[in-house]
Write a protein that binds this ligand. Structure first.
Ligand code: GDP
Ligand code: MN
Ligand code: MN
Ligand code: MN
Length: 249
């Protein structure tokens, strides 16, 4: 498997034909998967925003106050308002805002980004990264994974995850297959879109590299059952359940 960045993409602006800009710079081959940083998908979709667009509600003000008293950091209440508006629920309100986005992805601050956003305060995640991936995939005739850099519980550091995908399943289901000793695998469902996203994110980098699109070549899903589930349903999520009683301080 080989991964390489699409070189020479410009700063992406609202309304840009992202698929066209990528297509001009890559000769896709059969079996390629294209991974694209959500940042540029959002920019093309006009998801830059200023704090002034999010007048703070009482709830946002109280969240900002609580964050300040628990984390010792003053967040603009309008930022809390933006997170609230992008979220279906908040799992924690302190020491940081852990949000369930409207499309089901759980991430800090609803994935609202302040890096690589010239000319605006904030960049919101695409409204529906799955739909964004679907549009890119049908324009380019390759499977597409939309990625974002995200933190993880239990571990320091961030890595790329899939927030939307199209043209390939989310996961390889190994259950029922055998290990080297012939023991049947009972639980392993491999979240391949996250693994592709992490590989691509490694190539894309986090700073000013200007390489938001990465081609994965020579990887294949293989002969496995598949699953399209990635975002845990609430009923299956014991962590979410445990956080329900969380004392926000
Ligand atoms: P995120 O992980 O989706 O939040 O995206 P990042 O902000 O980490 O950016 C990922 C990569 O895309 C980095 O190499 C950035 O330099 C690059 N990048 C971000 N915005 C643009 C853009 O508008 N144009 C280009 N060419 N690169 C960008
Ligand atoms: Mn960013
Ligand atoms: Mn991001
Ligand atoms: Mn990133």
């Amino acid at each position: 498997m080989e991964t390489f960045a699409v070189e020479g993409l410009p700063e992406i602006r609202e309304g840009d034909d992202l698929a066209g800009l990528i297509e001009e710079r890559v000769d896709f081959e059969d079996g390629d998967v294209l991974c694209v940083a959500s940042t540029v998908v959002s920019k093309a979709e006009g998801r830059k925003a200023d704090l002034s667009a999010f007048p703070a509600s009482e709830r946002a003000k109280s969240i900002a106050d609580r964050l300040e008293s628990v984390a010792g950091e003053r967040k603009d209440p309008r930022f809390a308002q933006a997170v609230l508006e992008e979220s279906e629920a908040l799992l924690t309100e302190a020491p940081f805002l852990l949000a369930v986005t409207r499309f089901g992805h759980v991430t800090v601050n609803a994935g609202i980004d302040r890096s690589n956003v010239p000319g605006a305060d904030l960049l919101l995640l695409p409204e529906s990264p799955a739909d964004s991936a679907e549009r890119l995939s049908s324009a380019l005739s390759v499977p597409v994974v939309v990625t974002d850099t995200s933190g993880r519980p239990f571990r320091y550091g961030q890595r790329g995850v899939a927030v939307g995908w199209s043209g390939l399943p989310a996961a390889r289901d190994w259950r029922g297959e055998s290990d080297r000793d012939g023991r049947e695998l009972g639980v392993t469902v491999q979240a391949v879109v996250d693994e592709l996203a992490a590989a691509a994110n490694l190539v894309a980098g986090e700073g000013g590299g200007g390489t938001p699109a990465v081609v994965v070549r020579g990887w294949s899903f293989g002969d496995h059952a598949s699953s399209d589930d990635l975002f845990r349903r609430e009923a299956d999520d014991i962590v979410r359940e445990a956080l329900r009683g969380w004392d926000f301080g």
